[in-house]
Ligand binder design. Sequence first.
Ligand SMILES: C[S@@+](CC[C@H](N)C(=O)[O-])C[C@H]1O[C@@H](n2cnc3c(N)ncnc32)[C@H](O)[C@@H]1O
Length: 250
Amino acid sequence: MSFDLGRGRTLDDALGAIGITIGPGSELPPLPDAAMSSPRAGQFDPRAWFKDPTRRFEIEIGCGKGTFILETSQHEPATNFLGIEWAREYYLYTADRLRRVQAANVRMLHTDAGDFLRWRVQDAVAHVIHLYFSDPWPKAKHHKNRVIQHRFLAEAWRVLIPGGELRIVTDHDELWAWDREHFDVWTNPDRWTQVPQQVRDLWPMPSKPFDELAFTPPAWVGEGQTVATNYERKMCVDRPPHACVLKKRD
Ligand SMILES: C[S@@+](CC[C@H](N)C(=O)[O-])C[C@H]1O[C@@H](n2cnc3c(N)ncnc32)[C@H](O)[C@@H]1O
């Protein structure tokens, strides 16, 4: 299916410069067979994809048309940003926008962010994970597709540096209730045993893995907006969205 986001113009993801190359011998080679018995065998440090891997590193999951990652990367030129988008048209559209402004501190990856964190990213690399206006998957039989799951929170905790932040914004009340229920368990030691045992047993985690903080909009965001993504600009005209920050405890 094509949304023709380029309006007839061919979109160029500038592979190797903006777009991450995927496949044998590329920046993201196939998962090694060893990962079947040793799940960490395919993990590496994605900061190596940037010209200066020593910089602060942030990930955006689900960039859509890319306004947030474009704006934030221009306002924070000393930070490296990795955008992950699984819909090919949106991935291409965002990568093309970044190519046209010659962004030097952003890379785009076309894949499922949950799988990428789980199988490919080593521990303690990211300062921030941004998750803005995630798909709500309203039908109960599709709730398993929501990004926020206990397993995802375990991977986010693992991938964040101590003190690192998972930043979440949504305008969907029912998704927010789902998120809140998960966040309460991950920020309240009295509820820690409600995290499924197989998730608690993945690796050592404290019984209060995160602190919850109020969400502060980035300084560059205009009056009355939270993160100024495409979705927020279009859909949140009359009421502010829900937002919070989960901070990995030191
Ligand atoms: C409702 S849109 C919001 C886009 C953007 N964050 C905004 O606020 O304008 C959700 C985006 O997340 C992407 N997405 C959803 N689940 C994803 C996943 N597991 N990995 C990568 N991208 C995902 C979708 O393709 C879509 O572009």
